[in-house]
Design a protein around this ligand. Sequence first.
Ligand SMILES: [Zn+2]
Length: 121
Amino acid sequence: MKKTIKLNPPNSIEHQLMKTCELTNQVRQDTMQDLENIGEDFKHLFLVIQSVQRNYQALLDQNQQLQNLLLNLVKDCYCWQGNRCQNCQKILQALAKNPTNLDSESTEKYQDIVTQLRKRN
Ligand SMILES: [Zn+2]
């Protein structure tokens, strides 16, 4: 009986195919790992955004409460509109200079941006 020798030459089609499959598999596994990492990053970013959102909301609430308190002090004072006492004048000036109040130009720009963003969704 003739003895056959199994040859697997490195240039055979089968060998090339195996290599290609192995490489493809590796690339796909890497991609899955990358996607998982990106997912983790998004989860982390989401938590950061939530935290910033909570802090900002708390700041807005506090700002609103303080503004209301000051406006009520002026409203309940013995003086009247057009003839305010010194304290009320100081309060009104401070409120007018409040850096968190937006001027009309900034408000319009902000609304434009928000409108553009909402159109995309
Ligand atoms: Zn007053």
